[in-house]
Ligand binder design. Sequence first.
Ligand code: AVJ
Length: 321
Amino acid sequence: MNTVPLFQTSSGDECDEFACELTQGLRSKPRQVSPKFFYDAAGSALFDRICELPEYYPTRTEIGILNEHANDIAASIGPKAEIVEFGAGSSRKIRLLLDALYRPQRFVPIDISGEHLHASADALREAYPALEIRPVVADFTRPVALPPRMPGHGARVGFFPGSSIGNFDPHEARRFLRQLANQLRGGGLLIGTDLVKDPAILHAAYNDAAGVTAAFNRNLLVRANRELGADFEVNDFAHYAFYNAPLQRIEMHLISRCDQHVHLGDETFHFAEGDSIHTENSHKFTVEGFHAMAIEAGFRPSASWCDAQRWFCLHWLEAPP
Ligand code: AVJ
């Protein structure tokens, strides 16, 4: 078992990141924790199940768009591209993209989890022997040193599907896109966004009948118990997800079902009945609003491909040289 270093330092470098951020998040009011901590092995498996749920339309809608517009997307990106994926998700989407492209030269998946990254890189190497695959273990929200571009290669193209951009607050999203526009100079970014729509459809997507999203949300507490020795009574926290229309985002919370105390490290946290831990924001976009944000970040929006219901959209953003 891993021993967890002490984490009351404010410098933050000596401590386990999850321990640090969870402790700080529980000390603050409103209480909050980053959704990036959902994705341990169990959380990643739960997310894969979410993507198959009848209510969770984003994954299958985005795959449908990739399929339907594969030729246009490939024409926009051009031949011999170097593809950089921010966060190595399920390999289904990248395979669809690689299959559509004309002689892609190199694939650089960036992910914080080396284990997951190298396993999927090995599988892709078998399926695409002509493609150079250069995984980079890193937190893609920070600037990542990319392998130098090869002479003779086509555009350097970022791939950021799944509306993962929706996890950032608008200010952070702009900052992140600005960073990408710099890294991808002379190339571009293929990015997926979930769109603003009937709140009932959004609500259902984050409140599935089978309870998988609830388990995904609560897994954060399961993980804290296992990795950090916390003592959350997981079933005493309710999954609560709703659409915040003025802020155009789904919010996920864990709500205390009773008056209770939780121990983490050497601290005791009190929860009154109804107290919340804010675990995720998932922002929704309009095509126009997203284009405006992309322009502010230094991109030139070129094409956007949506499904017929306009539930989800893939955008091709050019990064000026
Ligand atoms: C991976 C952030 C796009 O917000 O829809 C799914 C994560 N959370 N169900 C999303 C998620 C709850 C997902 N993103």
